[in-house]
Design a binder for this molecule. Structure first.
Ligand SMILES: [Zn+2]
Length: 202
């Protein structure tokens, strides 16, 4: 009886050791790479902005949904906190701009402090980034694809009301902004666009 008990104990021990070795192998063999996107790894880079503004941009970027943060990292989208001169140098009109390298799909987002609501600027510009990041057929962006365009058409009236003009690219970025800031408003004014964003962002 004693021998059998010892045997079971040994078998249990062996099983535990084997299980631990297996877990160790999985974790360190590279079979699975455990990378956590939720930790507060910096998402932004300070080029020539004041330190407190750069910290504000970083805080805003960290408020973005997890799926967006993951896309920003996966698609190599860089967000810069910078001066409005830098934005102008990069072709923007003073507040912010998104520059895309059509060869490799790398996008650079320049955010300046020329507008009071920094988070709104970040949401809008990242919306341009997501227009690229969510597209399965780079260099064609979502807002260039017929499917998305027919959905964006349903947001035309709302965009005309808000800005007095309509462009697919701007509408995509604005709807992304509204999805995060005023979801109920977007749901009411452009329900199809709200639903599409809700599907792809979750
Ligand atoms: Zn824009």
């Amino acid at each position: 009886m004693m021998i059998i008990k010892n045997f079971i104990k040994n078998r249990k021990r062996k099983a535990i050791v084997m299980m631990l070795s297996f877990l160790f192998l999985i974790c360190f063999s590279g079979l699975f790479s455990f990378h956590c996107y939720c930790k507060n790894e910096p998402l932004t880079v300070n080029i020539d902005a004041q330190t407190d503004f750069a910290a504000k941009v970083e805080q805003c970027a960290q408020l973005l949904p997890k799926t967006t943060k993951k896309a920003i990292r996966n698609r190599n989208i860089t967000i810069y906190a910078c001066s409005s001169q830098k934005v102008m140098q990069m072709g923007g009109k003073g507040v912010a701009c998104t520059v895309t390298n059509h060869k490799d799909g790398h996008a650079e987002i320049y955010i300046s402090n020329a507008y009071e609501d920094t988070y709104e600027v970040v949401r809008h510009e990242v919306g341009h980034g997501m227009d690229q990041a969510l597209s399965p057929s780079w260099p064609q962006v979502c807002s260039d694809r017929p499917g998305w365009r027919s959905v964006l058409d349903t947001a035309k009236d709302m965009e005309m009301e808000r800005f007095g003009s309509f462009s697919y690219i701007e509408a995509f970025a604005d709807c992304y902004n509204l999805y995060l800031s005023e979801p109920e408003y977007l749901m009411q004014k452009a329900p199809l666009m709200y639903t599409m964003l809700d599907i792809v962002l979750n």
